[in-house]
Design a protein around this ligand. Sequence first.
Ligand code: FA5
Length: 357
Amino acid sequence: MDIGELEQKLAGLEQDAARALEAAASLEEWRTARARFLGKKGYIGALMGTLRSFEREQRAQVGQLLNAANRRVTELCAEHERRIKSSQAAADVAGAELFDPTLPGRRPRLGSVHPVTAVQWEIEQIFQRLGFTVETGPEMEFEYYNFEALNIPAMHPARDMQDTFWLKSGMLLRTHTSPVQIRAMKRFGAPLRVIAPGRCFRCETLDASHENTFHQVEGLMIDRGISVSHMIAVLHLLIREVFGRELKVRLRPGFFPFVEPGFELDMSCLLCEGKGCATCKRSGWIEVLPCGMVHPNVLRAGGIDPHEFTGFAFGLGLTRLAMMKYGIRDIRVLNLGDLRALVPPSRMSGPVIAESC
Ligand code: FA5
């Protein structure tokens, strides 16, 4: 091969290299094309091997020709590597979601809670500040805890006050949260301060203020020297905190076999400020809280000595309280699962659940 032939070969090689690199769409294809021309066993390498076959005085010129061709093909390779990498980056950007860490985070949307839950949380907070603990009891209850231990023996007419759902097993769905009184006394003894929010069940005819499934909050405070005045102070504070202002309260006698004396606590009507309206039946008072001093028989059933300890208990109608607080006129709305009945966070004074969107 003479120098002229070599020049022609190198020119052809450069053209082939340009076409092959042009055709490479991926880095993989680019690497293969590059190896064909520049690799150890590539075309240019093979021509380098022919240097010794040239006359000594021609070798410097041949070397320059080979080096120049090598440099140009190397530059071509680099140019196409940049082209392939930048088009791949563009495809990645178009296909994938960009993550920009400088963007502000998405605000979690605030969820709404059921009005009963909202008031329950508020009441729990109020009582926890007063040193009460929050207890729970089973909804499926033994007759003993729901009635007998609460001084309501079998055949007692007071059993008819609460129409009961009986289960085939002989157990029942608790008609009130008062069974938790006995469970808490047996578990913790005296002195004792507990509240027990929970669901109750009664076989009732439904109307605007009666449900067969509703919530109560039981309260129980036992210590030495507890009197009716302690009870009034605690319940007065409860009402003031829940409604956020001073409301008048009054006690009327009320009969419940598990308290003696027993009371109904009324609060002044919110709607007419105690002047008398249709809601309070022109009396100016609304009945909210049955309560009383724990009956000695109940203390005994809970394992507490009534000669040493006294206490008060109450059974707040939580569902009805929620109705009053949020202006819900029909109790049945609350068990329908209707999202419109939920309390938006802006109207709640308790903690708020954050729900991410
Ligand atoms: C009781 O259940 C007693 N265990 C309360 C108690 C506890 C008294 C401790 C003394 C000491 P009563 O049946 O009145 O009492 O129910 C209490 C409250 O539950 C009522 O004032 C009312 O607000 C609510 N309530 C009762 N029945 C229903 C019902 N069917 N639907 C909605 N709320 C009801």
